[in-house]
Design a protein around this ligand. Structure first.
Ligand code: GLN
Length: 189
């Protein structure tokens, strides 16, 4: 199965490796033509303001929006979560998001002194904890009524799903544990 990894900026390589290890065929998406060939998309961590800008200048933004509106499954991690959220606080004024999930997030919301941390999470559907790496992560401020919280850290949602849209505020591609990518592939079918 061909699964795209948005590759305009950020931590896309390790997502590709995780998908390949699970038997999917990763395809790095940089143009609308790349996107046309994939069944689902991963949006990696990185810098959401830079990604937003590059998505707009490459002509990819509208193409991705069209596929998302048509129901393409997507897994957004960290900056990817920001790009998919309905409302972004502390973003740049010109930063765009796809509003694919009813969520309010605050960029860099975990604050400077704890820019990065690691935490074992209890995740719905997994029978043992998932070791999560948070890097200048967004904080989820509000979750819409249609969205399902799959994991929390100190009472704050960190893994959320709404239909075919799954978002994590951490980086699941940075460890050897690929269970969240496997769950995503299972949903894609
Ligand atoms: N702070 C970044 C942003 O605003 C996200 C960090 C990450 O993806 N690791 O886009």
């Amino acid at each position: 199965m061909r699964v795209g990894v948005l590759a305009v900026q950020g931590a896309f390589a390790r997502h590709g490796a995780a998908l390949a290890e699970l038997g999917a065929e990763p395809c790095f998406v940089r143009t609308p033509a790349d996107l046309a060939g994939v069944r689902a998309l991963v949006m990696p961590g990185g810098e959401s303001t830079a990604m937003s800008r590059l998505l707009l200048t490459s002509g990819l933004f509208d193409a991705v929006q069209e596929r998302l509106d048509a129901g393409m499954p997507v897994f957004g991690t960290c900056a990817g979560m920001i790009l998919l959220a309905g409302e972004v606080l502390d973003g740049r004024p010109d930063q765009r998001s796809f509003a694919a999930i009813d969520l309010t997030v605050r960029r860099n919301g975990y604050g400077r002194q704890v820019d990065s941390f690691e935490q074992d999470l209890t995740v719905a559907g997994l029978d043992s904890p998932f070791h999560a790496v948070f890097i200048r992560a967004p904080v989820v401020i509000r979750v819409g009524p249609q969205a399902e919280v799959l994991a929390e850290h100190e009472g704050v949602p960190v893994l959320v799903r709404q239909g075919g849209v799954t978002v994590a505020s951490f980086h699941p591609e940075l460890t050897e544990d690929h269970r969240l990518h496997a769950q995503f592939l299972q949903e894609v079918g």
